[in-house]
Design a binder for this molecule. Structure first.
Ligand code: AMP
Ligand code: ZN
Length: 480
């Protein structure tokens, strides 16, 4: 197996990945701000980091992975006040929903999934460390980071800061700053706001200090990989670098990986355009968790993701094809013995899968490797060239594939039920999805794969759909 190449935003190049600690990867992921439900754009980024995590595990690394939950910020404070509840009550339900969504998408839990509000002391200590180095200044009880004292500022995002004039507003906050680029490390409380009484005064932390403090607490002063969506590179990650490196004098993260954004049908996702979707919006429309995961995983993370309902439909049939393939391998009778030619075909697919993922997580290439294998094995089965001895090896290849993509177990109905979406989403199952399954079954029958055809008929039956074969070899369906 070759080197794992990852595109590093810091260097602007693909670089071979080597962790600092032998065999162990220390990785930090900026988690969600739990002020609302996460949307499918957020999950594009979280699925990407899960693919990265799973690939590193597959390659034998031990993971030490941290994801934070930002559970205090302006929006949380405002929304909680409007609802007349504490910020903790307010964020609890969104945190819970986020964890359920992660589980629905088979996103593995990082080793540490931590709340910002449990780490105020660590943030205070880091601000004190920066204050000792005269990098901070205070105005009206708030504490700011003086960017002019950090010469490396801008090295990650390569942003040209000359246009940002003193006095211009770059952040939403209304606090007094000496320079527009400076940012708040600590915010003095406004009347009625939740605050912490600390050694550096009453108030609450800025968003950027959270991630620096939590990353370094669990992962050490220099970490291997830091991930997030592309919008976080500036100013959030730039500020994390400024804070951490000014405090320690060491590089903060070796690799910075940023996922490009998800857009919907060619447009930026926004509530006002009516094209804003949470996972649950899609579950309510009858789409399965595995379909959404597959689709989100299918586009390499450095490419912009154009989410469309057509592609979601295609993803549903792709997952079906893979599951049917595994089912066929497990249930059909094949001629005895192995066919040596098959072993090398399977090995090639595994190699191609690895090559794709080694190339900065090219999931599209990895998927092509598997779908080519599925096609070739189906053809070999139809020709009687696939033998019983080849099935276990093929199933292992599918298991390796699924260690990354995590879509093969047929547990969607169970997951949807647990989240309160009807009888396995059955009532809501859309015509388009039925058409897809019916077409899959027809294709299976055509290639004389009757075990798959029967399985699809049973699946449809379970979901209240009856099939009637017509005299001309076609098929009609109706709801029971
Ligand atoms: P937030 O909850 O806004 O802090 O975002 C959580 C994560 O989702 C961050 O890594 C963001 O960069 C990422 N993100 C936000 N919007 C999108 C989008 N449309 N597509 C992909 N990732 C996004
Ligand atoms: Zn962060």
């Amino acid at each position: 197996m070759g080197d794992i190449l990852l595109e590093n935003t810091l260097s602007g190049r693909k670089e071979p990945f080597v962790p600092l600690h032998d065999g162990e990867v220390r990785m930090y992921t900026c988690g969600p701000t739990v002020y609302d439900s996460a949307h499918i754009g957020n999950f594009r980024t979280f699925v990407f980091q899960d693919i990265l995590r799973r690939f590193l595990l597959l390659r034998g690394f031990k993971m030490l992975h941290v994801m934070n939950l930002t559970d205090v910020d302006d929006r949380i404070i405002q929304n909680a006040a409007a609802a007349g509840i504490t910020i903790f009550e307010y964020t609890r339900k969104h945190t819970q929903a986020f964890l359920e969504d992660m589980a629905a998408l088979n996103i593995e839990s990082p080793e540490h999934l931590i709340r910002a509000t449990d780490h105020i002391e660590d943030m205070v200590a880091l601000i004190e460390r920066l204050a000792e180095k005269s990098i901070t200044y205070s105005t009206d009880g708030s504490i700011y980071y003086r960017i002019a004292k950090f010469p490396g500022y801008g090295k990650l995002s390569k942003i040209d800061l000359t246009g940002i004039q003193a006095g211009a507003r770059v952040e939403l906050d209304r606090y007094e700053k000496a320079d527009a680029r400076d940012f708040a490390l600590w915010k003095a409380p406004k009347p009625g706001e939740h605050f912490w009484q600390t050694r550096i005064g009453p108030g609450r932390p800025g968003w950027h200090i959270e991630c620096s403090a939590m990353a370094m607490k669990y992962l050490g002063e220099t970490i291997d990989i830091h991930t997030g969506g592309v919008d976080l590179a500036f100013p959030h990650h730039e500020n994390e670098i400024a804070q951490s490196e000014a405090a320690t004098g060491k590089p903060f993260a070796h690799f910075w990986l940023h996922a490009e954004h998800l857009i919907v049908e060619g447009e930026k996702m926004s509530k006002s355009l009516g094209n804003f979707f949470t996972l649950r919006d899609l579950f309510a429309k009858g789409y399965k968790p595995s379909t959404i995961r597959f689709l989100l995983a299918s586009v390499p993370y450095r490419r912009q993701f154009n989410f469309t309902f057509d592609s979601l439909q295609q993803a549903a049939s792709s997952v079906e094809r893979l599951r049917n393939f595994v089912y066929r391998l497990q249930n059909e009778k094949f001629p005895d013995g192995p066919n040596p030619a098959m072993a090398s075909r399977i090995q090639q697919a595994e190699d191609d899968l690895h090559h794709g993922l080694e190339d900065d997580l090219n999931t599209a290439q990895a998927l092509a490797a598997i779908f080519d294998l599925v096609r070739d094995v189906n053809t070999a089965i139809d020709r009687g060239e696939f033998h019983a001895g080849d099935a276990p090896r093929t199933l292992i290849a599918m298991t390796i594939f699924d260690a990354i993509f995590a879509v093969l177990p047929d547990d969607d109905a169970e997951k949807l039920r647990a989240l309160g979406f009807g009888a396995a989403g059955a009532a809501e199952v859309g015509d388009a999805e039925i058409e897809t399954l019916v077409a899959e079954r027809q294709a299976a029958r055509k290639r004389r794969d009757f075990s798959t055809a029967d399985r699809i008929r049973a699946q449809l039956d379970e979901r209240g759909i009856i099939l009637e074969d017509t005299k001309d070899g076609g098929v009609r369906w109706k709801r029971k």
